[in-house]
Ligand binder design. Structure first.
Ligand code: DGT
Ligand code: CA
Length: 570
């Protein structure tokens, strides 16, 4: 149980009270307590030990006792009792993005709807409109939200799927009967979400490989076990993992086939036919004669085309480009010279600036931008102006001491609901780098959200728009924003758009980033790391960038320090 788990209990109590229609002050007290608990982090446990919980604003004797009860027993009786008063299907509705407890209260109390299925029907039939304040748009949003939850249940974000696959791969690599092994499918193409994991191996003894695979400790259930193909459900996320054993000679053609995508495969098959060949997972054939199949390279070369990186295999023009040898030279992780979005202890991060600098240096970076939250974002310890001055001073001193790494003094500045920035220009101009972001008012209209972002682009001091569509898997879908207009504003004002590499953001996504590139907008990669381990999200961001056809010149993180500093001067 960490402080976030405890905060979640309090947040859920607030939600249940709201669904019951209780006194708003009582609800607010629990909400505030949840926020305070969350922002305390580990300090919460020190306060518990020292019996000083009531020194935290908004936490009186009653809440303090409740916190202690959860910390000691992992449970809270008052919460368990409260949960029993509301049908579970009603509580599930809270998971629908954009549907708050007040609306759930009305839906449940007035219309007696108590499951997501019933809610979906009511939204489809339009009967929800009987409720005050529910418009057609609200019903559309509810249906979209339900769709999102359903999708979320089936597909797993890349980061988690890759971790699960890694466990299987590392166990299977230890098996002596396994020769070659590779993950194929959407995972190899680095799609942002993965339905199932496809693994290919070559082996002289497939039966033994299948025995081991189906009895691995990570396996929850065996769906099918055959001589050349088996399928299991992994414990984690209930993900399906398929394993195929193929002939050594066919490894390349099988890898090509099972990497997909399906659309890419179709294109390749048409191309092969045009050239008088036949292509399938066993190889490339002319009549009965097999001409290639051992490696992917061999196949591409037989078809007289350049090697197509897996990330590009989506039938978005890559086959045509490969035939003309005009594929982009995709950016690689090793090209990245710095991370342009991390948080320190100055706001809600857990790393000191010194620690950030040393880690960045160890990663081989030339620079790192420490971009803490601005004053309005209180939940994330947004910094007031005085604190920013202190940070500037500390960084000036630190940079004089440091060798081989430059820490850029930055801030992630809120774009307020009227489009103004959260600090005055006089402060912004003292910073090395300004990342601007929307953290509130997600439900504003498309016009408002677009106007806010465009206004931020027009500021002389903004360099990067962070997570431009606000999506946060699985809670929040991207908000409605006109990215074409944002692209134009970014290009005209020399602002880069971020590919936020945080595992449940990946925002911009691949197709948005590709559109930005076409609009001549630069992209910036930032991990949004709050803890040390999250620096490695950069790899995820690079995957998005590669799927977006980005080259070194499209990504500002590939600039040398000297060039980046020039670029930041605008
Ligand atoms: P996923 O699992 O939905 O995230 O996406 P994929 O791409 O991994 O799809 P999956 O697992 O159904 O199939 C793996 C690959 O096998 C797919 O990318 C291409 C190939 N494949 C599967 N079914 C077909 C098909 O009907 N036609 C062709 N041409 N290729 C297929
Ligand atoms: Ca798959």
């Amino acid at each position: 149980m960490n402080s976030q788990d405890i905060a979640r209990v309090f947040k859920e109590i607030a939600d249940i009270l709201a669904i019951k229609g209780e006194n708003p002050f009582r609800i607010r007290a629990y909400e505030k307590a949840a926020q305070n608990i969350e922002s305390l982090g580990d300090e919460l446990f020190t306060l518990i030990k020292e019996d000083k919980l009531t020194s935290v604003p908004g936490i009186g004797a009653d809440l303090a006792n409740k916190i202690k009860e959860i910390a000691e027993s992992g449970k809270l009786k008052a919460y368990e009792d409260l949960k029993k008063e509301i049908p579970p299907g009603v509580l599930d509705m809270l998971k629908i993005p954009g549907l708050g407890p007040k609306t759930v209260h009305a839906i449940y109390q007035k219309l007696k709807i108590d499951t997501i299925e019933k809610l979906e029907n009511a939204a489809k039939k339009g009967t929800l409109a009987e409720l005050e304040g529910v418009r057609v748009k609200t019903m559309e949003n509810i249906l979209k939200g339900i769709e999102l939850i359903k999708k979320g249940g089936e597909r797993t974000p890349l980061y988690f799927a890759a971790n699960i696959a890694q466990e299987f791969l590392s166990q299977l690599k230890k098996v002596k009967e396994v020769d070659k092994i590779e993950a194929a499918g959407s995972l190899r193409r680095k799609k942002e979400t993965i339905r199932d994991i496809d693994i290919l191996v070559t082996s002289e003894e497939p039966a033994k490989v299948m025995d081991t695979f189906t009895s691995l400790s990570m396996v929850k259930r065996v769906l099918a076990k055959g001589e050349t193909k088996s399928s299991v459900i992994a414990q984690q996320n209930n993900m399906q993992v398929d394993l195929r054993v193929v002939e050594k000679n066919c490894f390349g053609s099988a890898l090509l086939y099972f990497t997909g995508s399906k659309q890419f495969n179709i294109k390749m098959r048409q191309l092969a036919i045009k050239k008088g060949y036949k292509i399938n997972e066993y190889g490339v054939f002319k009549g009965e004669m097999r001409l290639a199949g051992k490696t992917e390279e061999e196949i591409f070369s037989l078809l007289k085309m350049a090697y197509v990186a897996p990330e590009l295999r989506e039938d978005r023009g890559e086959v045509e480009a490969a035939l003309k040898d005009s594929l982009p030279k995709l950016v690689e992780l090793k090209d990245i010279k710095g991370d342009l979005h991390v948080h320190s202890t100055y706001s809600d991060g857990t790393m000191s600036i010194e620690k950030i600098a040393n880690t960045a240096k160890d990663l081989g970076y030339e620079y790192i931008a420490v971009t803490d939250h601005s004053q309005t974002l209180k939940i994330a310890h947004g910094m007031d102006i005085k604190a920013v001055h202190k940070k500037i001073e500390e960084l000036n001193k630190l940079n004089k001491k440091l060798k081989g790494i430059r820490v850029l003094c930055g801030m992630e500045v809120d774009i307020l609901s009227d489009g103004k920035l959260d600090y005055p220009d006089s402060l912004l101009k003292e910073l090395d780098i300004v990342v601007a972001a929307i953290h509130s008012g997600f439900k504003q209209s498309r016009e408002q959200l677009t106007a806010r972002t465009v206004a931020a682009c027009k500021s002389k001091y903004v360099h990067i728009i962070s997570h431009p569509t606000g999506r946060l898997w699985p809670e929040r879908d991207a908000y409605d924003i006109d990215l074409e207009e944002v692209n134009r504003a970014a290009r005209d004002n020399k602002v880069a758009l971020e590919i936020n590499c945080y595992h449940n953001r990946l925002d911009l996504n691949d197709s948005h980033a590709l559109a930005a590139k076409h609009a001549k907008v630069k992209l910036a990669l930032g991990t949004d790391a709050h803890i040390l381990e999250q620096f490695r999200f950069m790899g995820l961001g690079v995957s998005v960038a590669r799927r977006a056809w980005l080259e070194k010149k499209d990504v500002i993180n590939c600039m040398k320090l000297e060039d980046l500093l020039k670029w930041l001067k605008k």
